[in-house]
Design a protein around this ligand. Structure first.
Ligand SMILES: O=NC(=O)[C@@H](O)[C@H](O)[C@H](O)CO
Ligand SMILES: [Co+2]
Length: 410
Protein backbone atom coordinates (compact mmCIF):
# COMPACT_ATOMS: atom_id res chain seq x y z
CA UNK A 1 0.00 0.00 0.00
CA UNK A 2 1.18 3.63 -0.40
CA UNK A 3 1.89 3.81 3.36
CA UNK A 4 4.03 0.67 3.44
CA UNK A 5 7.47 1.39 4.94
CA UNK A 6 9.99 0.85 2.15
CA UNK A 7 13.14 2.42 3.62
CA UNK A 8 14.49 3.07 7.13
CA UNK A 9 17.80 4.92 7.49
CA UNK A 10 19.84 5.51 10.64
CA UNK A 11 21.71 8.79 10.08
CA UNK A 12 24.65 9.74 12.32
CA UNK A 13 26.14 13.22 11.98
CA UNK A 14 28.01 15.73 14.12
CA UNK A 15 27.28 19.39 13.18
CA UNK A 16 28.43 21.00 16.45
CA UNK A 17 27.77 17.78 18.42
CA UNK A 18 26.76 14.16 17.70
CA UNK A 19 23.18 13.47 16.61
CA UNK A 20 21.41 10.26 15.53
CA UNK A 21 18.35 10.64 13.30
CA UNK A 22 15.96 7.95 12.07
CA UNK A 23 14.43 8.48 8.63
CA UNK A 24 11.41 6.38 7.58
CA UNK A 25 10.18 6.48 3.98
CA UNK A 26 6.89 5.06 2.67
CA UNK A 27 6.07 3.56 -0.74
CA UNK A 28 4.46 6.85 -1.83
CA UNK A 29 7.62 8.74 -0.85
CA UNK A 30 6.50 10.38 2.39
CA UNK A 31 9.45 10.86 4.78
CA UNK A 32 9.28 10.93 8.58
CA UNK A 33 12.13 11.92 10.94
CA UNK A 34 12.78 10.81 14.52
CA UNK A 35 15.50 11.93 16.95
CA UNK A 36 17.52 9.00 18.40
CA UNK A 37 20.24 10.97 20.19
CA UNK A 38 21.43 9.66 23.57
CA UNK A 39 24.30 11.85 24.74
CA UNK A 40 27.48 9.81 25.32
CA UNK A 41 25.92 6.55 24.06
CA UNK A 42 24.76 7.61 20.59
CA UNK A 43 26.06 4.52 18.77
CA UNK A 44 24.28 2.16 21.17
CA UNK A 45 20.97 3.54 19.92
CA UNK A 46 22.14 3.65 16.30
CA UNK A 47 23.10 -0.05 16.52
CA UNK A 48 19.85 -1.01 18.26
CA UNK A 49 17.96 0.64 15.43
CA UNK A 50 20.15 -0.48 12.52
CA UNK A 51 20.86 -4.06 13.62
CA UNK A 52 17.63 -4.98 15.45
CA UNK A 53 14.70 -2.65 14.79
CA UNK A 54 15.02 -1.68 11.09
CA UNK A 55 14.30 -5.27 9.90
CA UNK A 56 11.09 -5.21 11.98
CA UNK A 57 9.83 -2.02 10.31
CA UNK A 58 10.39 -2.72 6.60
CA UNK A 59 7.13 -3.76 4.92
CA UNK A 60 4.98 -2.56 7.86
CA UNK A 61 2.17 -0.01 7.54
CA UNK A 62 3.44 3.45 8.62
CA UNK A 63 -0.12 4.33 9.77
CA UNK A 64 0.04 1.81 12.64
CA UNK A 65 1.74 3.97 15.27
CA UNK A 66 0.16 2.49 18.40
CA UNK A 67 0.59 -1.12 17.25
CA UNK A 68 4.21 -0.48 16.25
CA UNK A 69 4.93 1.12 19.65
CA UNK A 70 3.34 -1.78 21.58
CA UNK A 71 5.10 -4.31 19.33
CA UNK A 72 8.54 -2.72 19.84
CA UNK A 73 7.97 -2.23 23.60
CA UNK A 74 6.80 -5.80 24.26
CA UNK A 75 8.64 -7.86 21.64
CA UNK A 76 12.09 -6.64 22.79
CA UNK A 77 11.36 -8.64 26.00
CA UNK A 78 14.05 -6.71 27.97
CA UNK A 79 11.85 -3.78 28.88
CA UNK A 80 12.54 -0.11 29.50
CA UNK A 81 15.90 1.67 29.71
CA UNK A 82 17.29 4.72 27.88
CA UNK A 83 18.66 2.90 24.82
CA UNK A 84 15.52 0.90 24.05
CA UNK A 85 13.12 3.76 24.82
CA UNK A 86 15.15 6.25 22.75
CA UNK A 87 15.10 3.84 19.80
CA UNK A 88 11.33 3.35 20.18
CA UNK A 89 10.94 7.14 20.49
CA UNK A 90 12.70 7.71 17.17
CA UNK A 91 10.39 5.26 15.39
CA UNK A 92 7.33 6.76 17.06
CA UNK A 93 8.14 10.37 16.18
CA UNK A 94 9.01 9.48 12.58
CA UNK A 95 5.62 7.75 12.22
CA UNK A 96 3.80 10.74 13.73
CA UNK A 97 5.68 12.98 11.29
CA UNK A 98 4.43 10.82 8.38
CA UNK A 99 0.85 10.64 9.64
CA UNK A 100 0.64 14.42 10.10
CA UNK A 101 2.11 14.99 6.63
CA UNK A 102 -0.47 12.60 5.15
CA UNK A 103 -3.19 14.49 7.06
CA UNK A 104 -1.78 17.77 5.69
CA UNK A 105 -1.49 19.37 9.13
CA UNK A 106 1.20 20.30 11.68
CA UNK A 107 1.66 17.57 14.29
CA UNK A 108 0.20 19.65 17.15
CA UNK A 109 -3.18 19.70 15.32
CA UNK A 110 -3.20 15.90 15.26
CA UNK A 111 -2.48 15.90 19.02
CA UNK A 112 -5.64 17.87 19.76
CA UNK A 113 -4.74 21.35 18.53
CA UNK A 114 -3.23 24.31 20.34
CA UNK A 115 -4.03 24.70 24.05
CA UNK A 116 -2.12 28.04 24.28
CA UNK A 117 -0.78 30.78 22.05
CA UNK A 118 2.86 29.72 22.47
CA UNK A 119 5.24 27.52 24.48
CA UNK A 120 7.03 29.32 27.33
CA UNK A 121 10.76 28.55 27.00
CA UNK A 122 13.57 28.89 29.51
CA UNK A 123 17.22 29.51 28.65
CA UNK A 124 20.48 28.75 30.43
CA UNK A 125 22.46 31.54 32.03
CA UNK A 126 25.79 30.65 33.56
CA UNK A 127 29.04 32.18 34.67
CA UNK A 128 32.30 31.14 36.29
CA UNK A 129 31.70 33.91 38.81
CA UNK A 130 28.66 35.99 39.78
CA UNK A 131 29.47 39.03 37.58
CA UNK A 132 29.77 36.76 34.53
CA UNK A 133 26.54 35.04 35.56
CA UNK A 134 24.69 38.37 35.79
CA UNK A 135 25.95 39.30 32.30
CA UNK A 136 24.71 35.98 30.99
CA UNK A 137 21.25 36.60 32.51
CA UNK A 138 21.15 40.03 30.88
CA UNK A 139 22.09 38.47 27.52
CA UNK A 140 19.25 35.93 27.77
CA UNK A 141 16.76 38.65 28.72
CA UNK A 142 17.90 40.65 25.69
CA UNK A 143 17.33 37.54 23.54
CA UNK A 144 13.72 37.64 24.74
CA UNK A 145 13.68 34.82 27.28
CA UNK A 146 11.13 35.14 30.05
CA UNK A 147 12.51 32.37 32.29
CA UNK A 148 16.13 31.60 33.05
CA UNK A 149 18.13 28.74 34.56
CA UNK A 150 20.93 29.85 36.85
CA UNK A 151 24.16 27.84 37.12
CA UNK A 152 27.51 29.05 38.42
CA UNK A 153 30.86 27.86 39.72
CA UNK A 154 31.39 26.92 43.35
CA UNK A 155 34.39 28.26 45.28
CA UNK A 156 36.93 25.49 45.73
CA UNK A 157 35.44 23.33 42.97
CA UNK A 158 37.66 23.41 39.88
CA UNK A 159 34.98 22.56 37.32
CA UNK A 160 31.22 22.54 37.67
CA UNK A 161 28.11 21.56 35.80
CA UNK A 162 26.33 23.95 33.49
CA UNK A 163 28.99 26.63 33.21
CA UNK A 164 30.49 27.07 29.75
CA UNK A 165 34.19 27.80 29.89
CA UNK A 166 34.32 29.80 26.67
CA UNK A 167 31.84 31.27 24.20
CA UNK A 168 31.03 29.10 21.18
CA UNK A 169 32.18 30.40 17.76
CA UNK A 170 28.97 32.43 17.67
CA UNK A 171 29.80 34.04 21.03
CA UNK A 172 26.89 32.17 22.54
CA UNK A 173 27.65 30.81 25.98
CA UNK A 174 25.46 27.75 25.56
CA UNK A 175 26.90 24.86 27.50
CA UNK A 176 27.64 21.60 25.66
CA UNK A 177 28.34 19.01 28.37
CA UNK A 178 29.69 16.24 26.13
CA UNK A 179 33.36 16.61 25.32
CA UNK A 180 34.88 15.03 22.20
CA UNK A 181 37.84 12.79 22.95
CA UNK A 182 38.89 9.21 23.69
CA UNK A 183 37.91 9.29 27.38
CA UNK A 184 35.41 11.19 29.55
CA UNK A 185 36.55 14.28 31.46
CA UNK A 186 36.83 13.95 35.23
CA UNK A 187 35.29 16.76 37.24
CA UNK A 188 35.49 17.44 40.97
CA UNK A 189 32.68 18.16 43.41
CA UNK A 190 32.03 19.33 46.99
CA UNK A 191 28.40 19.32 48.15
CA UNK A 192 29.06 21.34 51.32
CA UNK A 193 30.81 24.12 49.38
CA UNK A 194 27.90 24.10 46.92
CA UNK A 195 25.28 24.28 49.70
CA UNK A 196 27.12 27.19 51.35
CA UNK A 197 27.42 29.11 48.07
CA UNK A 198 24.17 28.78 46.13
CA UNK A 199 21.70 30.68 48.38
CA UNK A 200 23.92 33.79 48.17
CA UNK A 201 23.97 33.53 44.39
CA UNK A 202 20.17 33.66 44.25
CA UNK A 203 20.15 36.53 46.76
CA UNK A 204 22.34 38.48 44.32
CA UNK A 205 20.34 37.49 41.22
CA UNK A 206 17.05 38.47 42.85
CA UNK A 207 18.54 41.78 44.04
CA UNK A 208 19.71 42.47 40.47
CA UNK A 209 16.69 41.27 38.47
CA UNK A 210 13.79 41.55 40.89
CA UNK A 211 11.18 39.17 42.27
CA UNK A 212 9.19 38.33 39.14
CA UNK A 213 11.74 36.79 36.75
CA UNK A 214 11.15 33.00 36.84
CA UNK A 215 14.45 31.40 37.95
CA UNK A 216 15.33 27.72 37.67
CA UNK A 217 18.27 25.76 39.02
CA UNK A 218 19.64 22.26 38.39
CA UNK A 219 21.33 20.42 41.27
CA UNK A 220 22.06 17.62 38.82
CA UNK A 221 21.54 14.59 41.09
CA UNK A 222 24.36 15.56 43.47
CA UNK A 223 22.73 15.90 46.88
CA UNK A 224 21.51 13.41 49.46
CA UNK A 225 17.81 13.76 50.36
CA UNK A 226 18.51 15.72 53.55
CA UNK A 227 21.00 17.98 51.72
CA UNK A 228 18.31 18.48 49.05
CA UNK A 229 15.85 19.43 51.81
CA UNK A 230 18.42 21.90 53.13
CA UNK A 231 18.90 23.54 49.72
CA UNK A 232 15.18 23.66 48.96
CA UNK A 233 14.58 25.33 52.34
CA UNK A 234 17.45 27.82 51.93
CA UNK A 235 16.15 28.82 48.46
CA UNK A 236 12.54 29.42 49.55
CA UNK A 237 13.00 33.21 49.99
CA UNK A 238 13.99 33.42 46.30
CA UNK A 239 10.78 31.74 45.04
CA UNK A 240 12.35 29.51 42.35
CA UNK A 241 10.23 28.33 39.44
CA UNK A 242 11.83 24.93 40.10
CA UNK A 243 14.82 23.13 41.62
CA UNK A 244 15.79 20.29 39.27
CA UNK A 245 17.23 16.81 39.89
CA UNK A 246 17.76 17.75 43.50
CA UNK A 247 18.66 14.16 44.48
CA UNK A 248 19.08 10.88 42.55
CA UNK A 249 15.57 9.48 42.17
CA UNK A 250 15.89 5.80 41.35
CA UNK A 251 14.62 5.54 44.91
CA UNK A 252 11.49 7.60 44.29
CA UNK A 253 10.64 7.55 48.02
CA UNK A 254 13.68 9.73 48.70
CA UNK A 255 11.62 12.68 47.49
CA UNK A 256 9.20 12.21 50.44
CA UNK A 257 11.84 13.60 52.80
CA UNK A 258 12.59 16.57 50.53
CA UNK A 259 8.87 17.33 50.07
CA UNK A 260 8.27 17.29 53.83
CA UNK A 261 10.83 20.08 54.32
CA UNK A 262 10.38 22.52 51.48
CA UNK A 263 7.87 24.32 49.29
CA UNK A 264 10.45 24.95 46.56
CA UNK A 265 8.92 23.33 43.43
CA UNK A 266 10.75 20.19 42.24
CA UNK A 267 11.46 18.92 38.71
CA UNK A 268 12.74 15.37 38.11
CA UNK A 269 13.10 12.91 35.28
CA UNK A 270 15.27 13.95 32.32
CA UNK A 271 17.09 10.61 32.70
CA UNK A 272 13.84 8.64 33.17
CA UNK A 273 12.27 6.80 30.25
CA UNK A 274 8.92 5.27 31.24
CA UNK A 275 5.96 6.09 33.46
CA UNK A 276 7.15 3.42 35.92
CA UNK A 277 10.16 5.60 36.78
CA UNK A 278 7.64 8.23 37.95
CA UNK A 279 4.79 6.25 39.45
CA UNK A 280 5.41 7.03 43.14
CA UNK A 281 6.69 10.58 42.74
CA UNK A 282 3.69 11.57 40.60
CA UNK A 283 0.99 9.70 42.56
CA UNK A 284 2.27 11.09 45.87
CA UNK A 285 2.80 14.52 44.28
CA UNK A 286 6.44 14.56 45.33
CA UNK A 287 7.36 16.56 42.22
CA UNK A 288 5.80 19.46 40.32
CA UNK A 289 7.31 18.96 36.85
CA UNK A 290 8.07 15.93 34.64
CA UNK A 291 11.42 16.48 32.93
CA UNK A 292 11.41 13.69 30.35
CA UNK A 293 11.80 14.67 26.71
CA UNK A 294 10.01 13.08 23.75
CA UNK A 295 13.37 11.62 22.64
CA UNK A 296 14.15 9.54 25.74
CA UNK A 297 10.67 8.55 26.96
CA UNK A 298 9.28 6.51 24.09
CA UNK A 299 8.32 9.35 21.76
CA UNK A 300 5.02 11.22 21.48
CA UNK A 301 3.16 8.03 22.40
CA UNK A 302 5.27 7.35 25.48
CA UNK A 303 5.61 10.87 26.86
CA UNK A 304 1.96 11.80 26.23
CA UNK A 305 0.91 8.87 28.45
CA UNK A 306 3.29 9.94 31.23
CA UNK A 307 1.94 13.50 31.04
CA UNK A 308 -1.69 12.33 31.07
CA UNK A 309 -0.90 10.36 34.25
CA UNK A 310 0.83 13.45 35.68
CA UNK A 311 -2.19 15.63 34.86
CA UNK A 312 -4.37 13.61 37.26
CA UNK A 313 -2.07 14.78 40.09
CA UNK A 314 -1.62 18.41 38.97
CA UNK A 315 1.95 17.69 37.84
CA UNK A 316 3.03 19.56 34.71
CA UNK A 317 5.49 19.12 31.83
CA UNK A 318 8.98 20.60 31.89
CA UNK A 319 10.52 18.93 28.88
CA UNK A 320 14.29 18.57 28.69
CA UNK A 321 15.61 20.65 25.77
CA UNK A 322 19.43 20.71 25.74
CA UNK A 323 21.66 20.85 22.67
CA UNK A 324 21.90 17.03 22.80
CA UNK A 325 18.27 16.83 21.79
CA UNK A 326 18.37 17.44 18.05
CA UNK A 327 16.22 19.99 16.21
CA UNK A 328 13.96 17.03 15.34
CA UNK A 329 13.49 16.28 19.04
CA UNK A 330 12.98 19.96 19.83
CA UNK A 331 10.32 20.24 17.13
CA UNK A 332 8.47 17.19 18.46
CA UNK A 333 8.63 18.58 22.00
CA UNK A 334 7.27 21.96 20.85
CA UNK A 335 4.30 20.32 19.09
CA UNK A 336 3.46 18.27 22.19
CA UNK A 337 4.04 21.21 24.56
CA UNK A 338 1.60 23.33 22.53
CA UNK A 339 -1.14 20.69 22.53
CA UNK A 340 -1.26 19.24 26.07
CA UNK A 341 -3.24 20.96 28.83
CA UNK A 342 -0.77 20.37 31.70
CA UNK A 343 2.14 22.19 30.08
CA UNK A 344 4.63 23.78 32.47
CA UNK A 345 7.69 25.06 30.61
CA UNK A 346 10.06 23.99 27.81
CA UNK A 347 13.88 24.02 28.09
CA UNK A 348 15.44 25.63 25.00
CA UNK A 349 19.24 25.79 24.91
CA UNK A 350 19.49 26.87 21.23
CA UNK A 351 21.78 24.76 19.05
CA UNK A 352 25.05 26.05 17.67
CA UNK A 353 24.19 27.67 14.28
CA UNK A 354 26.31 25.03 12.49
CA UNK A 355 23.61 22.47 13.45
CA UNK A 356 21.13 24.19 11.14
CA UNK A 357 23.31 23.31 8.14
CA UNK A 358 21.97 19.76 8.53
CA UNK A 359 18.58 20.30 10.22
CA UNK A 360 16.23 22.84 8.64
CA UNK A 361 13.52 23.67 11.16
CA UNK A 362 10.35 25.74 11.01
CA UNK A 363 9.66 26.23 14.72
CA UNK A 364 10.01 29.82 15.86
CA UNK A 365 11.10 31.56 19.06
CA UNK A 366 9.43 34.95 19.46
CA UNK A 367 9.11 37.11 22.56
CA UNK A 368 10.00 34.27 24.90
CA UNK A 369 7.63 31.73 23.35
CA UNK A 370 8.34 28.79 21.03
CA UNK A 371 5.83 27.83 18.35
CA UNK A 372 6.08 24.69 16.19
CA UNK A 373 4.82 26.43 13.04
CA UNK A 374 2.18 25.34 10.50
CA UNK A 375 4.24 23.04 8.23
CA UNK A 376 2.64 19.59 7.80
CA UNK A 377 4.24 17.08 10.18
CA UNK A 378 7.11 18.07 12.47
CA UNK A 379 8.32 20.81 10.13
CA UNK A 380 11.95 19.62 9.97
CA UNK A 381 14.08 18.72 6.92
CA UNK A 382 17.35 16.76 7.06
CA UNK A 383 20.12 17.61 4.57
CA UNK A 384 21.96 14.31 4.07
CA UNK A 385 24.70 15.81 1.85
CA UNK A 386 25.49 18.43 4.47
CA UNK A 387 25.37 15.76 7.19
CA UNK A 388 28.24 13.88 5.55
CA UNK A 389 30.49 16.88 6.11
CA UNK A 390 30.26 16.30 9.88
CA UNK A 391 31.50 12.81 10.75
CA UNK A 392 30.74 11.29 14.15
CA UNK A 393 33.40 11.71 16.82
CA UNK A 394 33.10 9.82 20.09
CA UNK A 395 32.21 12.18 22.92
CA UNK A 396 31.45 11.48 26.57
CA UNK A 397 29.59 13.26 29.31
CA UNK A 398 31.93 14.08 32.20
CA UNK A 399 31.94 12.19 35.50
CA UNK A 400 32.67 13.46 39.00
CA UNK A 401 34.89 12.41 41.88
CA UNK A 402 35.01 13.93 45.38
CA UNK A 403 38.24 15.31 46.81
CA UNK A 404 39.15 11.88 48.22
CA UNK A 405 38.57 10.29 44.83
CA UNK A 406 35.18 8.74 45.55
CA UNK A 407 32.98 8.55 42.45
CA UNK A 408 29.97 10.87 42.79
CA UNK A 409 26.87 11.60 40.71
CA UNK A 410 27.61 14.07 37.90
O1 LIG B 1 18.83 20.12 32.52
N1 LIG B 1 19.68 19.85 31.70
C1 LIG B 1 20.66 19.01 31.94
O2 LIG B 1 20.78 18.45 33.01
C2 LIG B 1 21.58 18.74 30.78
O3 LIG B 1 22.65 19.63 30.76
C3 LIG B 1 22.08 17.32 30.80
O4 LIG B 1 23.14 17.18 31.71
C4 LIG B 1 22.54 16.95 29.41
O5 LIG B 1 21.52 17.30 28.49
C5 LIG B 1 22.82 15.47 29.34
O6 LIG B 1 23.14 15.13 28.01
CO1 LIG C 1 18.97 18.76 34.21
Amino acid sequence: SPTTITAVDVLVTSPGRNFVTLRITTADGVVGLGDATLNGRELAVAATLRDHIVPLLLGQDAHRIEDTWQFLYRSVYWRRGPVTMTAIAAVDVALWDIKAKLAGMPLYQLLGGASRSGVLAYAHASGRDVPALLDSVRQRIEEGFRAIRIQTSVPGVRTVYGVSSAPSPTGRYSYEPAKRGPLPAEEDWDSQAYLRHIPGVFETVRAEFGAELPLLHDAHHRLTPIQAARLGTDLEPYRLFWLEDVTPAENQEALRLVRQHTTTPLAIGEIFNTVWDYQTIIREQLIDYVRSSVVHAGGITGLRRILDYAAQYQVKSGMHGPTDISPVGMAAATHLSLAIHNFGIQEYMQHDPITSEVFRTSFTFTDGLLHPGEEPGLGVEYDEDAAERFPYERAYLPFARLADGTIHDW
